[in-house]
Design a protein around this ligand. Structure first.
Ligand SMILES: CC(C)(COP(=O)(O)OP(=O)(O)OC[C@H]1O[C@@H](n2cnc3c(N)ncnc32)[C@H](O)[C@@H]1OP(=O)(O)O)[C@@H](O)C(=O)NCCC(=O)NCCS
Length: 190
């Protein structure tokens, strides 16, 4: 259970440097443990590109506040060229969902995170619900990728949050495998 009052604010553009600095810290801290789990870098923004995204109308910002302090956020874009920052193939999506994409009704999640010390207290759910509400109300769809090694439970949670507004379905889009080869003869790599 969370302590304190949570709120999610949604906007498309901010130039508030203090807020942006806090969000950069939230982003870095939230993904710190991904270096123990993820072969794919989960930090697709650096401080400069996150700053640019915050000022860019093509990204919708969902900011999770507890007692007025930002402790999590989600970024969504329906500009497929800009979604590429999260290592997705915009040509694949454009072939697969041409109508939704041309109508601006396809959104990609380029970041979602909650500060580690605030995780697993039921606050991230508020963020996910707000994103699902946005998708539902805009007659849109949302796509995202995540590390199954690190977050095997994520899709079930998102679908559950989405069901708060209406029944929803998943279109599974594939898996990327990271693996390796070595010769026993040369010893186990470390
Ligand atoms: C994904 C994330 C935003 C979820 O936020 P959160 O605040 O921890 O989520 P909540 O506490 O609201 O939990 C939501 C549900 O997920 C479950 N959950 C959260 N973390 C979990 C974990 N490590 N293992 C199993 N279940 C987990 C909770 O139990 C809860 O389900 P419940 O309501 O049935 O109990 C957060 O874990 C995070 O920021 N992770 C680091 C960044 C990241 O990996 N982002 C996603 C991929 S890009």
């Amino acid at each position: 259970m969370s302590k304190g009052k949570e709120d999610v604010i949604v906007f498309q553009q901010t130039d508030d440097q203090e807020l942006i600095k806090k969000l950069w810290k939230v982003y870095l801290d939230s993904f710190a443990d991904s270096d123990d789990y993820c072969a794919q870098d989960q930090l697709c923004y650096d401080e400069i590109t996150l700053n640019e995204a915050m000022k860019d109308n093509d990204y919708w910002k969902f900011i999770l506040l507890v007692e007025g302090e930002p402790i999590g956020f989600c970024l969504l874009t329906n500009n497929m060229r800009k979604a590429r920052i999260a290592y997705c193939n915009d040509r694949f999506f454009t072939k697969k969902f041409p109508k939704f994409i041309s109508e601006g009704r396809f959104y990609y999640v380029t970041a979602i995170c909650v500060l580690p010390e605030m995780q697993k207290r039921g606050v991230g759910i508020k963020l996910l619900e707000e994103v699902c509400k946005f998708i539902y109300e805009n007659k849109a769809m949302v796509s995202y990728d995540y590390s199954e090694t690190k977050n095997p439970w994520l899709t079930q949670i998102i679908q559950r949050c989405g069901r708060k507004f209406a029944p929803n379905s998943e279109i599974f889009l594939g898996k990327q495998c990271y693996t390796s080869l070595y010769y026993d003869h040369n010893g186990v790599p470390d």
